[in-house]
Write a protein of this length. Sequence first.
Length: 201
Amino acid sequence: MFKLIIIGDTAVGKSCLLHRLTNNEFMTDHEVTVGVEFGTLLVKLEQQVFKLQIWDTAGQEQFKSITKIFYRGAHCIFLAYDITRLDTFNNLATWYNEVMAQSEPHVIVFLVGNKKDMEDKREVTLERVEAFKRERGIIFSFETSAKTGENIESLFITASKILYNNFKDKIAQMVSIVQCIINHTLIVIRIERRGHKKAKG
């Protein structure tokens, strides 16, 4: 199982991104996230099936002490902002610093600019995004629309492929161990059943 976390200012569309991914629909009206919420997604790559556990965190200041706890153990972090609100992008520097201080050293970071369907109201230029990535060594960025669904699937497929490739050997090893345990259990059950039948005769 891989743990992915969506963080960023309030009202950038974090809950809508998760809802679009898990339910393939847009939430026109929803309550502000209090603390954290999560959804799960099963992914199959190269005949291996694994689970993504995707956490949606509250963006309000009063919940930061709670959400920081969930950074630990995360394999992938999505830094979300609203392309129509420059302040949400500027605040990513603070979010990024928190991630680096609280999460695992090799966590994968994505920049996610939401509300791509509102291009005519754009305040965050692509040049700003590229500069932010260069300064912090971030490789991946997507612009998405939870409203239309644009790039949502591509974002999570890309993250899944990167995580799988990074942890492929560990996944194969775990599958092998589980299979060995299952096979051992079956052998034990068969032996016990045979012995039981002999006892009856």
